[in-house]
Design a protein around this ligand. Structure first.
Ligand code: NAG
Ligand code: NAG
Ligand code: NAG
Ligand code: NAG
Ligand code: NAG
Ligand code: NAG
Ligand code: NAG
Ligand code: NAG
Ligand code: NAG
Length: 590
C-alpha cells in the first residue's frame, strides 16, 4: 500500500518533467503563443509569455512578406532588380534567395549550425535554371498580398532579415498550449485507467473531483463530475439501512448487482423480504433514508460510484444492538459471496449514537469493535457518519462517544457546507464558503474526513410510490459519498487488498488537506474528500492563476507561479523551495 502511494507521487513528478522535454534541438519554448490580441496581464486563458530568453537561441521564424508594399516602390533604388517584376512568384523567390544567402553567409552566428545544414541536405525543394535548389527557406502560406516564409535563424540574423525590403515581420515560432481541458492530463495526474466525466448540477459530485475552488484563479466553477470510467465496477457496497428500491432508474445499469439480501427485526430475528429490489421490513419513521443514501453512493446520476454493486441489508425501524450483531454475523458465517478472499467491500453503517463505553455497554461495544476490526482484515472497509448534533464526536463532559464512528477501524465522516443551489446569485461566495464544517455536522479529533453535506437525489418515494427529486442534508449523505470514493479506489486497484489503515492513508493522501477554513490547520480531521483529481478547470476556460489550481495555466511575463496558484513576482513565493511551480512560470532555485 505504501508503495502504491509513493509510485503515485513519483509518476506525477515524472510527468511534469517529461512535459519539458523538447522534441527538437531547436529551442521552441513551451507555453508561449503568438497572439497579438492577448492582453499583457495574466487575465487571459492563453498567456502572452514574452520570455526574452527565446531570442537568444536559434529558432524557427515566421517571416512575413508584403508584396504590395514593394510592388509600388518600383522607383526606389534600394530594391533588388527582380522585384521590378510584376510577377509575384518571382518576387517571393527573390526574397527567399536573399534570406537563404544570408543564412549561408552567417552560419557562424548559429549556436547549432547543424540544424541548418541538415535542411540543406534534405529534399530538393525547387528546380530553377537547371539547378536544384536546396532550401533553408520555406513558403508556407499566401493570403491576399501577404506571403509567409519560415526559416531557422540565429538571433543575430533576425535584424538583417527584417531589413530586407518587403519583409515587415519576423516572428519566432512558439507553441500554443493545448486546450487544457484534457483527459490525458487528468489521467496523468490520477493514474486512472480511463476517465469518465459528466456535467452535473450536483455540487456534491463536482466538489469532490477537483481541487479547492478559488474564484481569484479561475473564471467559472466547473460543474463537471470526473471519475474513473469503471465507476466502482466489481466492488460491493453493503448498506445497513431501513429501505431500498433498486427499481428506480438510478439503478438501471444492467451489468451490476443490486438487491436486498437480508432483513432483520429489532429482536434479531430474520424478516422476510418479499421483493429483493424493493424492500422495507416492519416499520421505519424515515422510510426514504436508505433509498436516498443508496442513490448518493451508487446512483447513475447522483451517485459517486455508479457501477458498484449494492447489497441492501434492511433493518427494521432503527437498528438495535441485537439487529446489528445479527446482520454482521449472518454476513460472516452464512454468506460465502462476501468472504471469498477476493473482497472489495465497503460497509456503510446507517446507525450511530453517543454511548458511554465504560459503563454497562462495555462488552457489547468491545465485541462489535473487535468483530469489525477482524473483518477489515478481509479487505472490508467500514464507513460511518459523524452525526448531526454540531458537537464533538467525543463528549468529554459526558464521557460519551459517537459509535460506531469512533471505533478504531471505522472511517468517520463529517459534513461540509456546500452550495446546492447553482442558480443562486453570488455562487462564487457560496462555493468558497462551502469549504467549512456544515453547521449541523459533528466534529473533533475522531472525525477522519469531511465530505459534502448537501446532496441532490432522485428516488421513488416509499409512501406514495412517486418518483421525486430533492435535496438531502446531513452527515448521513456524506458517509455514502466517501463509500462511493472508496469503491472507485478499490475498483481501480483490484491488485491491492486494502485494510482500514491503508485505505484511510490513501483517502487522506488524495484528499484536500487543510481545506476547511474553520478547522485548525493540520488538525487530524482537516481533510476534504477528493477522488484523486485535483486539477481545477474553469468551465469557460479562462484563467487568472496558474498551475494545478488553474487548469495548468502558465504565468505571463517574468511572473512565477506560487504554490497557491497565484502569478506573482516576489522573492519568497518565487523560490522552488517555497513551492514555486516551475512548470508554470519562472522560479528561482536559491
Ligand atoms: C487585465 O486585462 C484585462 C483585459 O484587458 C483588464 O480588464 C484588467 O483590468 C487587467 N488587469 C490588470 C491587473 O491589469
Ligand atoms: C501591405 O502593403 C500595402 C502598401 O504599403 C499596405 O497598404 C498594406 O496595409 C500592407 N499589408 C499589411 C498586411 O501590412
Ligand atoms: C500601387 O498603389 C496604387 C495606389 O497608390 C494602387 O492603385 C495599386 O493597386 C498598387 N499596386 C499594387 C500592385 O498593389
Ligand atoms: C551577435 O551579435 C552580437 C552583437 O551584435 C555579437 O556580440 C555576437 O558576437 C554575435 N554573435 C555571433 C554568434 O556572431
Ligand atoms: C465491469 O467489469 C466487467 C467484468 O468484470 C466488464 O465486463 C464490464 O465491461 C465492466 N464495466 C465497466 C463499466 O467497466
Ligand atoms: C455533552 O454531554 C452533556 C451531558 O449529556 C450535554 O449537556 C452537553 O450538551 C454535551 N455536549 C457538549 C459539547 O458538551
Ligand atoms: C434556488 O434558488 C432560487 C432563487 O432563490 C430558487 O428560485 C430555486 O427554487 C432554488 N432551487 C432549489 C433547487 O433550491
Ligand atoms: C413522500 O410522500 C409523502 C406523502 O405524499 C410526503 O409527505 C413526503 O414528503 C414525500 N417524501 C419525499 C422525500 O418526497
Ligand atoms: C451510511 O451510514 C450513515 C450513518 O453512519 C447513515 O446515516 C447513512 O444513511 C448510510 N448511508 C448509506 C448509503 O447507507
Amino acid at each position: 500500500m505504501k508503495n502504491l502511494i509513493i509510485i503515485f507521487l513519483l509518476s506525477i513528478i515524472v510527468t511534469l518533467f517529461t512535459n519539458n522535454v523538447h522534441a527538437m534541438d531547436i529551442n521552441i519554448k513551451k507555453g508561449n503563443k503568438i497572439d497579438t490580441q492577448t492582453s499583457n496581464n495574466n487575465s487571459h486563458h492563453l498567456n502572452d509569455n514574452e520570455d526574452i530568453s527565446v531570442q537568444d537561441d536559434d529558432n524557427f521564424y515566421l517571416i512575413f512578406v508584403n508584396y504590395t508594399s514593394i510592388a509600388n516602390e518600383t522607383n526606389s533604388e534600394k530594391i533588388h532588380n527582380k522585384r521590378h517584376e510584376e510577377n509575384r512568384e518571382e518576387f517571393i523567390d527573390s526574397v527567399m534567395d536573399e534570406i537563404h544567402d544570408l543564412i549561408l553567409d552567417n552560419l557562424d552566428t548559429y549556436k547549432k549550425p547543424e540544424a541548418v545544414e541538415e535542411l540543406l541536405n534534405k529534399e530538393k525543394l525547387r528546380k530553377r535554371d537547371d539547378q536544384y535548389y536546396f532550401g533553408t527557406v520555406n513558403k508556407i502560406s499566401s493570403f491576399k498580398e501577404i506571403t509567409v516564409l519560415t526559416a531557422i535563424l540565429s538571433s543575430n540574423l533576425t535584424d538583417s532579415v527584417k531589413n530586407i525590403n518587403g519583409i515587415y515581420g519576423c516572428v519566432p515560432n512558439q507553441r500554443f498550449q493545448y486546450h487544457r481541458f484534457n483527459k490525458q492530463d487528468i489521467i496523468d495526474e490520477t493514474r486512472w485507467k480511463k476517465i469518465a466525466m459528466r456535467k452535473t448540477k450536483d455540487v456534491h459530485l463536482s466538489l469532490i473531483s477537483q481541487g479547492k475552488y478559488n474564484p481569484d484563479l479561475i473564471s467559472k466553477y466547473d460543474n463537471t463530475y470526473y471519475y474513473p470510467e469503471h465507476g466502482g465496477n466489481n466492488t460491493k457496497i453493503v448498506i445497513f439501512d431501513d429501505s431500498f428500491n433498486f427499481k428506480h432508474k438510478e439503478f438501471y445499469n444492467p451489468n451490476r448487482y443490486t438487491g436486498c439480501i437480508s432483513g432483520w427485526g429489532e429482536d434479531g430475528e430474520p424478516r422476510k423480504i418479499y421483493d429483493y429490489q424493493d424492500c422495507l421490513v416492519g416499520y421505519s419513521i424515515y422510510p426514504n433514508h436508505g433509498r436516498i443514501t443508496a442513490d448518493l453512493a451508487a446512483g447513475l446520476e447522483h451517485g459517486v460510484a455508479p457501477n458498484a454493486d449494492i447489497y441492501g441489508i434492511a433493518i427494521e425501524n432503527t437498528p438495535t444492538f441485537i439487529a446489528v450483531i445479527k446482520a454482521l454475523d449472518y454476513m460472516y458465517f452464512y454468506s460465502n459471496m462476501f468472504f471469498d478472499g477476493n473482497n472489495r467491500i465497503v460497509f456503510n453503517f446507517s446507525f450511530g449514537d453517543y454511548f458511554n463505553r465504560k459503563k454497562q455497554f462495555v462488552p457489547y461495544f468491545d465485541y462489535l469493535e473487535n468483530f469489525i476490526s477482524f473483518l477489515t482484515n478481509y479487505g472490508i472497509i467500514f464507513i460511518a457518519s459523524a452525526g448531526n448534533y454540531n458537537q464533538n464526536v467525543y463528549n468529554v463532559t459526558a464521557d460519551k462517544g459517537m459509535l460506531p464512528c469512533l471505533f478504531e477501524k471505522v472511517i468517520c465522516v463529517g459534513a461540509t457546507e456546500n452550495p446546492y443551489n447553482t442558480t443562486l446569485k453570488n455562487s462564487d461566495e457560496l462555493l468558497v464558503n462551502s469549504y467549512r464544517k456544515a453547521e449541523f455536522s459533528n466534529y473533533g479529533d475522531g472525525v477522519n474526513i469531511y465530505a459534502p453535506g448537501y446532496h441532490n437525489y432522485a428516488i421513488t418515494n416509499y409512501t406514495d410510490n412517486k418518483n421525486v427529486e430533492g435535496l438531502f442534508s446531513g452527515t448521513s449523505g456524506s458517509a455514502p459519498i466517501v463509500a462511493g470514493v472508496v469503491a472507485t479506489i478499490m475498483s481501480e486497484h483490484p491488485e491491492i487488498t486494502f485494510n482500514f489503515d491503508s485505505m484511510l492513508t490513501y483517502l487522506q493522501k488524495i484528499s484536500i488537506k487543510n481545506a476547511m477554513v474553520d478547522i485548525e490547520k493540520d488538525h487530524p480531521s482537516n481533510y476534504f474528500i477528493n477522488n484523486g483529481k485535483h486539477v481545477v478547470y474553469s468551465e469557460d476556460d479562462f484563467y487568472y492563476g496558474c498551475g494545478i489550481n488553474a487548469g495548468y495555466n502558465r504565468c505571463g511575463r517574468n511572473l512565477c507561479c506560487a504554490s497557491d496558484g497565484y502569478c506573482v513576482k516576489d522573492e519568497y513565493s518565487c523560490k522552488v523551495q517555497n513551492g514555486c511551480q516551475f512548470n508554470y512560470g519562472i522560479c528561482k532555485f536559491k
